[in-house]
Design a protein around this ligand. Structure first.
Ligand code: SF4
Ligand code: SF4
Length: 437
């Protein structure tokens, strides 16, 4: 698509990147068919091709309006359109630039600014969010329905392993997940421990930056990224040590540091893998960011290498009993978050591990579609988010699975708010399969 950048944007990093992405779009519209917001609203401007056109106008100097901003706000950033696009258009990076440019020119209503500010500052401050979540969980039965749905019931996380191992990986010291469902990190650490891998959490690390990045605070998001890089850098194995460990049959005990940054929230994983891109112009951090991104693995990418050992550790998985009293495999529906299947292009790995550990995977329709959680989208666009959640749950539950599993804290809590079927992180199920008596 031919573009003529406005003078004020020409020769800037954002302008050059937007120009390059826009030129790769041939305007074919294949992406429109798989866009969740287009499917719900039926408006071209609420689909990827229409949003790309709006952003093209902005970078060419047309003054955006509040209406432009709302069409961009309604995008889930699910990147389903990237998976569909035959031309490799990097829509995710383009919408980031478009939103930044529009927000500089269109002031949001006061209530919107207040809500976004409260989410940005409240969710990313661990101690504040932790306190608020504990309070919310204590008075949960008394909360109004809408608020109760945002506060998951507290579950005992169980013990954190105490053994030390030569093989080490870094876990994210996240913001929201440890406060809402601490059982996810604890289950991850136990599964890794069972495999002889120590999970290390760097105390000075914190939020991955995704919340600020998507709430008009790109500078704050970059600060989050730099803080994490500084916290992880001394813990990472050197390239030489990693090469030597690989040469020794992946015996990372020779690596002398963490062999990977393993992420169990796919939204955070997608963000950390993008540090390399976000900090590419930072002379002090570009190289480090590239290495951190390259060493980041979703749990669904890291564990398949351990499949045989995991399979040996899993106890027979027991679901309902048939007439002969023989155990039948638990029937699980796995919802792959957009940040896993579209953002990181990781597909099928979780399902395969669960089957290896004795589960039956229940297939369902429209597995490529977003559940409506999308970070803070479920709060800021609650009507659309609820429609998408209910549509997703109808598909997931069509064949009555015993449990719904997923891989991102936002999807888990959003889906659970609409069903009585247990919704869990898949590593919690695997942990139970390994530790059950
Ligand atoms: S983003 Fe891709 S699929 Fe969509 S209109 Fe452009 S080239 Fe076609
Ligand atoms: S990111 Fe998702 S919601 Fe946004 S345009 Fe692409 S498919 Fe549609």
């Amino acid at each position: 698509m031919q573009t003529n950048l406005a003078d004020w944007l020409r020769d800037t990093p954002d302008g050059m990147e937007a120009d390059s992405i826009l030129r790769s779009c041939v305007h074919c519209g294949f992406c429109t068919a798989t866009c969740p917001t287009y499917q719900l609203l039926g408006d071209e401007l609420d689909g990827p091709r229409g949003r790309i056109y709006l952003i093209k106008q902005v970078v060419e100097g047309v003054t955006p309006t509040r209406e432009t901003q709302q069409h961009l706000d309604r995008c889930l950033t699910c990147r389903n359109c990237e998976s569909t696009c035959p031309s490799g258009v990097q829509y995710g990076h383009l919408i980031d630039i478009g939103r930044k440019l529009v927000d500089r020119q269109v002031e949001r209503p006061a209530g919107d600014r207040l809500l976004r500010g409260a989410l940005r500052e409240g969710m990313t401050r661990r101690s504040l969010f932790d306190t608020a979540m504990r309070l919310g969980q204590t008075v949960r039965p008394l909360l109004p329905e809408a608020l109760r749905a945002k506060v998951p019931q507290r579950r005992d996380p169980g013990a954190w392993p105490v053994r030390s191992h030569a093989r080490k990986v870094i876990l994210l010291n996240g913001c929201v997940q440890p406060a809402m469902i601490p059982a996810i990190d604890a289950a991850t650490a136990r599964v890794l421990d069972a495999l002889g891998i120590e999970a290390v959490v760097a105390p000075r690390s914190g939020c991955c930056g995704a919340i600020r990045h998507h709430l008009d605070d790109q500078a704050g998001a970059l600060d989050d990224a730099r803080r994490n890089i500084d916290a992880w850098w001394p813990l990472l194995a050197t390239d030489t040590a990693l090469a030597s460990a690989a040469g020794a049959g992946n015996d990372a005990s020779r690596a002398g540091g963490a062999q990977a940054i393993v992420i169990n929230a796919s939204g955070c994983g997608a963000m950390i893998k993008d540090y390399a891109h976000l900090l590419r112009h930072d002379p002090l951090y570009a190289d480090k960011a590239a290495r951190v991104s390259a060493m980041t693995r979703d749990l669904a990418e890291f564990l398949p290498a351990e499949r045989e050992r995991l399979q040996a550790l899993c106890r027979p998985a027991v679901g309902a009993h048939d007439g002969d009293k023989r155990p039948t495999p638990p029937r699980l529906a796995f919802h792959p978050p957009c940040t896993l299947q579209h953002g990181q292009q990781v597909r099928g790995e979780v399902e395969s591990l669960l089957v290896a550990c004795g589960a039956e995977i229940v297939p369902f329709a429209e597995s490529h579609l977003c559940c409506g959680s999308a970070g803070t989208y479920s709060v800021l666009q609650s009507t659309l988010a609820t429609q998408l959640r209910d549509r997703k749950l109808a598909s997931l539950q069509a064949d009555s699975p015993d449990q719904i599993l997923s891989a991102n804290i936002g999807c888990l809590t959003h889906l659970q708010s609409g069903t009585d079927t247990p919704v869990r992180h898949w590593i919690e199920w695997l942990d139970r399969a390994i530790t059950r008596a």
